[in-house]
Write a new protein. Structure first.
Length: 196
């Protein structure tokens, strides 16, 4: 059985369910909110490419390198995708990435709760020693969101990969370690409850 096994994570504002081909129409609608595929510094599928992107992620799941989720809002409507990726079962490490949300749910409790659920599962159920986050150096919105979680910048991988247009990407790498998790968990729970 691949590690980590498929799971559904349920919260008050969101739920994470195993990604499936039948999520494609609703996710195509979600990505239209904000025309997210037009952002130059990230790779988000266009509506017409949603089925192919789901198939790609499910193929990576079959090879054991990704565990993809559809993100549902409180009403059960698909509003985005996220994954455990770069899975390292030997060293118990995962990256939370390939995440996007419809514009209407960005910077809401939904994102905070999704990250809390994914981190809690990684540290408390899977026994991870660290969880990584990676983003384009120029994706300041994503970098601020990762920093708000309590992740620390490990460094910048310069000329790390090529974008679909051929441009080189510098990748900002962040992480949260198992030792930091209790403090980060308290921080995220406080954010969700509206405390400061």
């Amino acid at each position: 059985m691949p590690w980590p096994p498929e799971i559904t994570l349920q919260g008050e504002h969101a739920s994470l369910v195993p990604l499936a081909p039948d999520h494609a129409p609703a996710l195509a609608d979600a990505v239209r909110d904000g025309e997210l595929w037009k952002l130059w510094y990230t790779t988000i599928p266009a509506p017409e490419g949603m089925s192919a992107e789901i198939a790609r992620r499910l193929g990576l799941r079959e090879r054991g390198s990704m565990l993809p989720f559809a993100v549902l809002d409180a009403r059960g409507t698909p509003v985005g995708m996220t994954t455990y990726m770069n899975i390292d079962p030997d060293h118990k490490r995962v990256e939370i990435g390939s995440t996007w949300y419809a514009k209407r749910v960005q910077r809401t409790a939904l994102n905070t709760e999704c990250k809390l659920m994914l981190l809690r599962h990684a540290f408390e159920t899977l026994g991870c020693i660290a969880v990584e986050f990676r983003t384009h150096r120029f994706n300041s919105q994503s970098r601020r969101a990762i920093e708000r979680l309590g992740a620390q910048l490990d460094g910048i991988l310069r000329a790390h990969s090529r974008q679909p247009d051929g441009a080189l990407r510098d990748t900002a790498v962040y992480s949260i370690t198992a030792a930091e998790w209790p403090t980060v968990r308290t921080h995220l729970q406080a954010q969700l409850s509206g405390s400061r």
